[in-house]
Design a protein around this ligand. Structure first.
Ligand code: MEV
Length: 311
């Protein structure tokens, strides 16, 4: 039977998470940890050879519904730990959208794939920005709402009176260590926590604005190849995210342990657990420091290609 297969990368957010939900800028890099989906025709719904109810799998449900498919036999294979801050649900949605499009003989169009995957994230999370899904679709370095002279415009997405301009941005040569806490933290509740805090507290909404401002500064530093400055801004961003209440003891511990050997370090993604990243030219020392504190460190390759159809 014909099988359609697609693979999409995970991501790490260098600057701007959470604030990007409110239309502030953010920048993310695609990483060499990928998610693969296959799709086959079936009269019954199968996920990894098990008969499943799609209500427990909202990303898959949304993508199939968009394409008017009631059932399919889907298999998944992932190198990205779930709820780790590295974009596993976005990569699932992107890979599945591309595989379904191939299965139905539809065009493999980046903008359409990213739109469908964003819809799946938004439905599953309750509220979301398209940073993860855009980065997983296009790959390389992707920024949302960055100044016009800093990137090549790709497409624009809107949802509930919020608009995001998606651009590809050039990325300097950088080494990142990821420190995974092993703590699974779902994105939806953390986004909701920030929403409530921001809605009821002017101080929190000022912090969100400040994250937007320093993200622009960080993008300028990237443009100028000023890695030291970018690192300092990342650490500042971690402090602001901590004030918003989305860090945790483990993340703070790994960030502090990495700083003596790094240009900067911060949580990445929604936080609350998940992962932190360190920008460094001493990756072995950073890995050792994180491991000593009980974390799972690994060096990632960044700026990899986006979604692809596997033949
Ligand atoms: C999650 O990777 C990034 C957040 O900003 C949520 C989103 O943008 O959808 C926390």
């Amino acid at each position: 039977m014909m099988t359609s297969k697609a693979t999409a990368p995970g991501k790490l957010i260098i600057l701007g998470e959470h604030a990007v939900v409110y239309g502030k800028p953010a920048v993310a890099l695609a990483i060499d940890k990928t998610f693969t989906c296959t799709v086959q025709k079936s009269d019954t719904m199968y996920l990894n050879n098990n008969n499943v109810n799609l209500d427990a799998h909202p990303h898959i449900k949304t993508i199939l519904e968009i394409h008017g498919m009631k059932n399919a036999a889907i298999t998944t294979e992932s190198m990205i730990p779930p709820s780790s801050g590295l974009g596993s649900s976005a990569a699932l949605s992107v890979a599945l959208s591309a595989a379904v499009r191939k299965h139905l003989g539809k065009e493999i169009d980046e903008k359409e794939i990213s739109k469908e995957a964003f819809e799946a994230e938004y439905t599953a999370q309750g509220r979301a920005s398209p940073i993860d899904t855009s980065c997983s679709t296009h790959g390389k370095g992707v920024a949302l709402n960055c100044p016009k002279n800093m990137g090549k415009h790709l497409w624009t997405l809107s949802k509930n009176s919020q608009t995001w301009d998606v651009s590809e941005v050039p990325i300097p040569n950088m080494t990142f260590v990821v420190g995974y806490t092993g703590i699974r933290a779902a994105t939806g509740p953390l986004v909701e926590k920030v929403r409530k805090f921001r809605e009821h507290n002017k101080f929190a909404s000022d912090i969100v604005d400040e994250i937007g401002d320093i993200t622009i500064e960080g993008m300028k530093a990237m443009n100028d190849n000023d890695i030291e400055k970018l690192g300092r801004i990342m650490t500042q961003d971690h402090k602001l995210l901590s004030i918003l209440g989305v860090s945790c003891d483990e993340l703070n511990k790994f960030v502090n342990a990495s700083l003596p050997y790094s240009y900067g370090a911060k949580l990445t993604g929604s936080g609350g657990g998940g992962s932190m990243i360190a920008l460094t030219d001493k990756p072995e020392l950073v890995c050792e420091a994180i491991k000593l504190r009980g974390g799972q460190p690994f060096v990632v390759k960044t700026g990899v290609d986006g979604v692809s159809i596997d033949f």
